[in-house]
Write a protein that binds this ligand. Structure first.
Ligand code: FMN
Length: 359
């Protein structure tokens, strides 16, 4: 990977892609983060279609695989056109992790194996998994070492370790790389913060400078500027997480902001084509996962969409009231057919027009 050194900062260069990052060939460094309950195959394919350079599965329990849970095995499905995809696993010890990883690779193939050392949820941490591993660096290193012989790149996703951890962010990341990890993503929040407060980007940038090309950033990537700042600072990639469901078209906006070529139909001035993409996402979730999943996920993806366009808030209300995919699809089609929907509006102008049309 190549960055151009300026006098005072390093600036990201889109011309250095496609590239190998963490042992995986990727078209760009803007990736879909692992998101439990969300990054199922149709959603991953959708974000790859929008240009994401790489996608992650939801976190998959190795204990679930070892105990033969059908639900856990169903999380190993992959779709055509979604590669490269990283399988993210979690476990509390190296033996279970290795056994689960072997079982997963017997079923499906992935470009890399990721280890979750970041999840702060008590049902995961009380067994010592997820961010519990930040307090057990010896086990975390043993996990990386256990997976390396499987032959795929081993990645880790960590949080900023808590004060009680024996290691700080830099030392912990360095230890994982030393143990054989090809890549580490750092979410700059401590586990106790869950998703509140601000992510500490300075600690992520410090690690990126210490381990060039091997540290990705997670946390508060909500605008193209947020992503550019982390890439300019030397991060090998950014993980887009809540930003992707606040605005599903954030990834193409980031790519455009970073100098990559983007399909114009994915950008803000093509609302009609964006609606078609959302409809096809809904149809795909409906056929693969059922109506409940289609409604729940589309509500999530549509709740913040099309802000600033005339009629968007009425459209979003119609979406949130929908109780079937048919109703939701009708709301999308109706908004697409509205002659004014593509117009930018300011609030005062929108309410004046709503009043005069009795809306
Ligand atoms: C609903 C939800 C599910 C998540 N699931 C996972 C997961 O399965 N594995 C993981 O490593 N992180 C998971 N995360 C954390 C995100 O990948 C990301 O690190 C975090 O949200 C910080 O990024 P953001 O501030 O841009 O949202 C999840 C976050 C959310 C909000």
């Amino acid at each position: 990977m190549r960055w151009t050194e300026g006098r005072t900062e390093i600036s990201f260069d889109a011309g250095s892609f496609p590239a190998k990052v963490g042992g995986v060939d990727v078209e760009n460094p803007v990736w879909l983060a692992p998101l439990a309950g969300i990054t199922i195959p149709p959603v991953r394919s959708f974000f790859r279609q929008l240009g994401a350079g790489l996608v992650h599965t939801e976190m998959v329990s190795c204990a679930g695989l070892v105990h033969g849970s059908g639900k856990t095995f169903s999380m190993l499905r992959t779709a055509d056109g979604e590669r490269p995809v990283v399988l993210q696993l979690f476990a509390a010890d190296a033996e279970t992790l290795l056994e689960g990883a072997r079982m997963a690779l017997d079923r499906s193939s992935f470009e890399a194996l990721g280890i979750n050392m970041a999840c702060p949820m008590p049902k995961v941490t009380r067994r010592g998994a997820g961010s519990g591993l930040l307090e057990r660096p010896g086990i975390a290193a043993a996990m990386v070492k256990a997976l390396v012989p499987l032959g795929l790149p081993v990645w880790a996703k960590i949080r900023k370790p808590p004060m009680t951890s024996p290691m700080d962010t830099l030392t912990f990341s360095g230890m994982l790389l030393e143990a054989g990890a090809s890549h580490v993503c750092i979410h700059g929040r401590q586990p106790s913060q869950k998703y509140g407060g601000m992510a500490d980007s300075s600690v992520v940038l410090e690690a990126a400078r210490a381990f060039p090309g091997r540290i990705a950033a997670s946390g508060d990537i909500f605008t193209p500027g947020d992503a550019k700042r982390m890439l300019d600072g030397g991060c090998s990639a950014v993980f887009v997480a809540r930003g992707a469901f606040r605005d599903p078209f954030l990834i193409p906006a980031i790519l455009e902001g970073c100098g990559f070529t983007v399909d114009p139909g994915h950008l803000a001035d093509s609302p009609g084509s964006r609606i078609d993409l959302m409809i096809s996402l809904g149809e795909r979730i409906l056929s693969e996962e059922g109506e409940k999943a289609a409604i729940v996920l589309l509500k999530r993806f549509l709740s913040g969409i099309f802000r600033g366009l005339y009629g968007a808030s009425r459209f979003r209300q119609a979406v949130s009231r929908s109780s079937s995919w048919g109703e939701m699809r009708a709301a999308l089609e109706e908004w697409k057919a509205s002659p004014e929907r593509g117009e930018q509006c300011d609030r005062r102008e929108a309410s004046r027009r709503d009043r005069s049309s009795g809306g």
